[in-house]
Design a protein around this ligand. Structure first.
Ligand SMILES: Cc1ncc(COP(=O)(O)O)c(C=O)c1O
Length: 347
C-alpha cells in the first residue's frame, strides 16, 4: 500500500506520445485512451460502465463546463475507479476497503461489485444520505464514522493495518490517476486545443493530479506548446494548499477544517500534499478560495441554466467568480462539473 519510506507509490512508465491514431475510436468510454495507460491486460472490458466521454458545453461567452457528473455513478470519480478496479481485478483481489467523502466510495463500490469484489466503505458523519444509500445499493457495506473526513480515513486505515485487507483507496493507488488524466485527453480530443484557464477543485487532488499528469503528457508529446493556467479551488474553511502557496511551503501539516458545504474538498491533511505542491510550483498554478456564503447562490444560478450540480461543484463556480473579481475575467475557462446535484441534497 505504501513504500517502506512511508511515501505513496507513483507509476513510472513511459506512455507513448499522444497520437490520435492511438485512440481506439470504437471504444465509447475512457478506455479509448488505454494505449496511454499502463494496463496489463483486458480486464477493463468486464469492468467498464461506459464512463468518461463527458461533453464540454458552453456556459457563457467565456466559460466552458466539462460535465463530469454525466457518469455511471454521477461523479468524476468513475474515471479513476474504472481503471483502479480493472487493476485490482486483474490482481485477483477478492475484497477491499476504502474511505471517502461519498463519491469515490460510491464509485469504487459500483465497480467492485460489478466484478464480484467485496467492498466496505467508510464515510464521515454528515455525508449525504443519498450517497450512503447508493453505496449500499451497489452491494457494499457503508460504515459511518463520527468526526472529520480525515478521522474517517484514519479509522479505515486502522482496519487495513489490523486485518491486512486490500486498501482500494483513490488517493493511495496511482492507477486512479491513470483514469483521471483522461479528463485532459478527452478535453483535447473534443476541442482540438486546450483552454487557456482550467479551474480544478482540490481536496486530496485526484482530479488535480490527473489533470497535471495529462497536461504534462500532452506537453511532452508536443501537441500543446505550453501549459494552460491551472487554478486550484479550495474552501475558505479548508485551504491548506492556498495557505502553503502563500508561504512558499513545500509540504503541509494538518490544516484546520471548519464545516463547509463543499464537503468533497474538506481535506485538512491531503496525503499527496508534497507531490501536489511540486506540480503547483513547477507549473505556476494559482489558487483561489470559495466564499462559503456564495455557494448556494452559485448553485441556484447555474441550476437556472439547466445544470443541477453538487454543492462542492457549485462551490467551484463560486470560486471561479471570485477569481474573476480578483484577477479579471479569463478569455476562456474550463470548469469541472464534478458531482450531480441530487446526491448532495440533504433533506
Ligand atoms: C464533487 C467533488 N468534487 C471535487 C472533489 C475533490 O476531489 P479530490 O479530493 O480528489 O481533490 C470531490 C472529492 O470527493 C468531489 O466529490
Amino acid at each position: 500500500m505504501k513504500c517502506d519510506c512511508g511515501g505513496l507509490w507513483k507509476i513510472e512508465c513511459q506512455v507513448p506520445k499522444y497520437d490520435p491514431a492511438l485512440i481506439d475510436k470504437n471504444t465509447w468510454s475512457l478506455f479509448r485512451y488505454r494505449k496511454f495507460m499502463p494496463l496489463a491486460d483486458e480486464t477493463w472490458r468486464q469492468v467498464t460502465l461506459g464512463e468518461g466521454m463527458t461533453p464540454i458545453i458552453p456556459y457563457d461567452k467565456h466559460t466552458l463546463f466539462k460535465m463530469d457528473y454525466f457518469m455511471p455513478t454521477l461523479s468524476f470519480k468513475d474515471r479513476g475507479a474504472a481503471v483502479l478496479v480493472s487493476y485490482i481485478k486483474s490482481l485477483g483481489i477478492k475484497s477491499v476497503v476504502q474511505d471517502s467523502s461519498g463519491n469515490a466510495g460510491n464509485s469504487v463500490a459500483a465497480y467492485c461489485n460489478r466484478v464480484g469484489i467485496e467492498c466496505e466503505i467508510f464515510v464521515p458523519e454528515g455525508t449525504s444520505d443519498k450517497k450512503i444509500r447508493m453505496i449500499e445499493a451497489h452491494g457494499a457495506k457503508a460504515n459511518i464514522v463520527p468526526g472529520s473526513r480525515d478521522h474517517c480515513a484514519e479509522v479505515c486505515w486502522e482496519k487495513v493495518e489490523r486485518e491486512g485487507v486490500y486498501y482500494a483507496n483513490h488517493v493511495y493507488n496511482p492507477f486512479f490517476y491513470e483514469g483521471t488524466k483522461t479528463y485532459i485527453y478527452e478535453t483535447y480530443e473534443q476541442l482540438g486545443r486546450m483552454p487557456e484557464h482550467i479551474f480544478v477543485p482540490l481536496g486530496n487532488g485526484t482530479l488535480f493530479i490527473g489533470v497535471m499528469k495529462g497536461l504534462e503528457e500532452l506537453l511532452a508529446s508536443g501537441v500543446i506548446e505550453r501549459m494552460p493556467q491551472v487554478i486550484i479551488v479550495q474552501s475558505e474553511f479548508c485551504q491548506p494548499f492556498v495557505k502553503a502557496m502563500e508561504n512558499g511551503d513545500k509540504d503541509i501539516t494538518a490544516a484546520p477544517v471548519a464545516p463547509t458545504m463543499a464537503e468533497g474538498i474538506a481535506i485538512g491533511l491531503p496525503l499527496r500534499s508534497a507531490e501536489i505542491l511540486e506540480y503547483i510550483y513547477r507549473h505556476k498554478v494559482r489558487g483561489i478560495t470559495i466564499p462559503e456564503d456564495r455557494i448556494l447562490a452559485a448553485r441556484e444560478k447555474i441550476a437556472r441554466r439547466g445544470i443541477y450540480c453538487e454543492h462542492t461543484t457549485a462551490a467551484v463556480y463560486a470560486g471561479y467568480e471570485h477569481y474573476c473579481e480578483k484577477y479579471g475575467q479569463p478569455q476562456e475557462a474550463l470548469i469541472s462539473m464534478c458531482g450531480a446535484g441530487l446526491k448532495s441534497d440533504h433533506d
